[in-house]
Design a protein around this ligand. Sequence first.
Ligand SMILES: *[C@@H]1O[C@H](CO)[C@@H](O)[C@H](O)[C@H]1NC(C)=O
Ligand SMILES: *[C@@H]1O[C@H](CO)[C@@H](O)[C@H](O)[C@H]1NC(C)=O
Length: 356
Amino acid sequence: MGLWVHSSFLVSSSLFMVLGIVYQGNAAAYGPVSGCDFFTGRWVFDPSYPLYSASACPFIKREFSCQKNGRQDLIYTQYRWQPLDCTLTRFNAFNFLEKFSGKSIMFVGDSLSRNQWQSLTCMLHSAVPNAEFNITRVGDVSTFEFLDYGVKVMLDRSVYLVDVVMEKIGRVLKLDSIEGGKLWKGIDMLIFNTWHWWNRRGPTQPWDFIEVGGVIKKDMDRMLAFETALNTWARWVDANIDPAKSLVFFQGISPSHYNGSSWNEPKAKNCLGQKQPLLGTTYPGGLPPALDVLKKVLSTVKKPVKLLDITMLSLLRKDGHPSMYGLGAPLGMDCSHWCLAGVPDTWNEILYNLIL
Ligand SMILES: *[C@@H]1O[C@H](CO)[C@@H](O)[C@H](O)[C@H]1NC(C)=O
Ligand SMILES: *[C@@H]1O[C@H](CO)[C@@H](O)[C@H](O)[C@H]1NC(C)=O
């Protein structure tokens, strides 16, 4: 790596991919940056960010509206992700809308998917504030449609990806059943995520029993349950995705910041008052074990699925959460979701670079 070839060479970028050569298009124009690892890098201060002002996005949900909820510091919105080997192409909403004209994009997962879905709709809407849009919800699916462009950006709320079914004995989390997948068929770009709900216990656990291999249990090892469900999802992808039509991504594991020991600040009990990212390339507390499980399952999928490997870059952003400026402000303490504008904009900017 390290050999930079300019686009003036009349050789197709796919050839460079085959050869494994780093290929950088004209920096001003958009172009593939094949061979660059977008997920290894550092945060750099860049006053040309954020990509939009929160006030230019009137539909941000209260849980992500940190400024509206009273957060005063804004420096955290002005960091740009800088991969070590290349520079990301800045998000261009017009280019994105044109590319997906007549097409549909769907985020599937828990509230971290909602976070990324809202981020993308803000990134698009703020660039075309006068374009007509229609936000509708049917069941668990919300659709943000850009009417002038015929682009649908959708969210399917499915915290486990696999099914939770009401039966006589109670609510059953079925690790081998993924009927919910019927909503995902024919979508042009899918971005999946599940993790945060697998460790829920007590009154907010949304199931009473867990079923696997025809056996009903009261509970089981949660990491194993997560892996089993991901395997079910992987089989769904192999059976239902037409790679000629659909792009499939997995969001990766979005990290929380409730223990300062993991960023060498043992006095910090949560993310409150954090105003700056960690400026290195690695996180002192290391990566969450769930990421290994996810990578292992993804390696078994035969159809093309790309991991949007946002874990490390998000771990470095202890400053990016709502803390006391989220849902339930000022009493709640949210160090799991992300303020908008903020970190999920970078997830979407990387997604954009992956599909250019
Ligand atoms: C918005 O979506 C709803 C539900 O699909 C539909 O009934 C309505 O006609 C749409 N509005 C516009 C302006 O397209
Ligand atoms: C925070 O992490 C440290 C080191 O892993 C651990 O010893 C400590 O118990 C944790 N604190 C809490 C409140 O979980």
